[in-house]
Design a protein around this ligand. Structure first.
Ligand code: NAD
Length: 491
């Protein structure tokens, strides 16, 4: 059992109570990368007890914001110092190109520093109320937070939750995706090295329906913060009702990238490719629907297809790679099945549409960049989140048509618009029912700005001050400055 990777519970590296293990696969080669312990509900219970103790009775509750910030700054330094290793580990576990994991690691350190800085800044409010009372509001940590994240940005999604949760003074029970546990394990080694008190940060590993579900239903967890699919989010919301946990959900999307005829064509083509094919299309906010004004449609699609065909698909650690492997064989099959659905629905396949197997790619799980045109708004490839390198192109006539099509899904995560008409850009964005938007750009994310969706794309926000708010309770304190009887009852 020595080379089995362990969980971190109450300051100790432990194997699961069940003794079970799980192999994690390198999706570029199909080969086993590591074996990790497979947690169970009993392991979650141990972790929650440790987190509860650390929050209710341990030193964490009396650790001032400045000291918490110092630990987070130290963790950021450690992430940076081990950045190359973390990046390589993420690429081998997830399949994405090294240039993307380098970005993820840099952003991880930046996110830790952002919340370390933010937590020491002024907060709270005071109110002038009737004499002799004084009213004020303070923010306090929620308590024990259960944090569950997906596999598409393992390290970054972990940090978007861990950084604000710990900065605000909560203790945590964190679960990575069972498909990509390795950078989380390394991150918790760095958390230990940074010197966080035992029990404050706990790592549990294992299957969603077992370990994740136990976190969601646990009566001693005060808040659950989840990033993942909309279906899972719904299950978590239901499971969390037992003790009415605070919840925040970052869910799926089917986001529109919209191009008007006055936009610069080469610029918009370039961003549209980035919008859908970055991270192999496995991005919640991916521009997976491209809405083109009819007058530029054919010319735009022609240029887009020409460029999509040139994207270099290869293992994430190879020279010059632009798109890596899909996360798993099962997910690759799911994406391929959507390609079949698109063809059966009558959309025109303009490029890609198949698995890549030449030059050794057949050992891993690679899909060619795929573009469908001639879609109709109700096709499944237009409505459902495919979460892969598959783009559905839609055609619109005017601004009203564009906005109607853009909003015509159950999701509302993100969207971008390309036009040289500033007033139209803002008019369009104001009508778009989505939480993350861009004008003449697509994808840039900032730790300072809130991240989250409208409609079935989620509840609450990660990042920014909004993200921190989600890990706090608000308390009003009313102080009598001239203590004496209230005198309401005469006798
Ligand atoms: P998923 O919902 O299958 O899994 C996400 C996490 O939930 C994993 O850790 C998994 O083990 C766990 N889980 C699964 N079933 C569970 C259950 N019943 N109870 C508790 N936990 C459970 O999602 P995925 O396939 O890992 O990730 C892809 C999805 O994540 C996409 O839909 C994508 O849009 C979404 N996502 C959203 C954002 C965002 O910020 N909105 C960011 C990244 C990914």
């Amino acid at each position: 059992m020595n080379d089995v990777k362990k969980m971190y519970i109450d300051g100790e590296w432990v194997v699961s109570a069940s003794g079970q293990t799980r192999d994690t696969i390198n999706p570029a080669t199909g080969r086993v990368l590591a074996t990790v312990t497979e947690g169970t509900a009993a392991d979650v219970d141990r972790a929650v007890a440790a987190a509860r103790q650390a929050f209710d009775e341990g030193p964490w509750g009396t650790t001032p914001a400045g000291a918490r910030a110092a630990l987070l700054f130290k963790l950021a330094d450690l992430v940076e110092a081990n950045g190359e290793e973390l990046g390589a580990l993420e690429t081998s576990d997830n399949g994405k190109p090294l240039r993307e994991t380098a970005y993820d690691v840099a952003d991880t350190a930046a996110c830790l520093r952002y919340y370390a800085g933010l937590i020491t800044k002024p907060t709270g409010q005071t109110y002038e109320v009737a004499d002799p009372m004084q009213a004020m509001v303070v923010r306090e940590p929620v308590g024990v937070c259960g944090l569950i994240v997906p596999w598409n940005y393992p390290l970054l999604m972990a940090t978007w939750k861990i950084a604000p949760a710990l900065a605000a003074g909560n203790s945590i029970v964190f679960k990575p995706s069972e498909l990509t546990p390795l950078t989380a394990i390394r991150l918790f080694e760095l958390i230990e090295e940074a010197g966080f008190p035992k029990g404050v940060a706990n790592l549990v590993l294992g299957a969603g329906p077992v370990v994740g579900a136990r976190i969601a239903e646990h009566m001693d967890i005060d808040k659950i913060a989840f990033t993942g699919g909309t279906k899972t989010g719904r299950a978590i919301m239901t499971a969390a009702t037992g003790n009415l946990k605070k919840i925040s959900l970052e869910l799926g999307g089917k986001s529109p990238c919209v191009v008007f005829e006055d936009a610069d064509l080469e610029t918009a083509v370039d961003w549209a490719l980035f919008a859908i094919f970055a991270n192999q299309g496995q991005v919640c906010s991916a521009g997976s629907r491209l809405l083109l004004q009819a007058s530029i449609h054919d010319q735009f699609v022609e240029r887009l297809v020409e460029r999509a065909k040139q994207i270099r698909v290869a293992p994430g650690d190879s020279e010059g790679v632009e798109m890596g492997a899909m996360i798993s064989e099962a997910h690759m099959e799911k994406v391929l099945s959507y390609i079949k659905i698109g063809k059966a629905e009558g959309a025109t396949l303009k490029c890609g549409g198949h698995r890549l197997t030449e030059n050794g790619l057949g050992e891993g799980f690679f899909i060619a960049p795929t573009i469908f045109a001639d879609t109709t708004p109700d096709m499944r490839i237009v409505q459902e989140e495919i979460f892969g390198p598959v783009l559905a192109v839609q055609k619109f006539t005017d601004e009203a048509d564009a906005i109607a099509l853009a909003n015509h899904t159950i999701y509302g995560l993100a969207g971008g618009v390309f036009t040289n008409d500033g007033a139209r850009a803002l008019r369009f964005i104001k009508k778009l029912r989505a939480g993350i938007t861009w004008i003449n750009a697509y994808h840039p994310t900032y730790n300072e700005a809130p991240w989250g969706g409208y409609k079935q794309s989620g509840i609450g926000r990660d990042l920014g001050t909004f993200g921190l708010d989600g890990y706090t309770e608000v308390k009003q304190i009313n102080i009598n400055l001239a203590p004496g009887p209230v005198g309401w009852f005469e006798a």
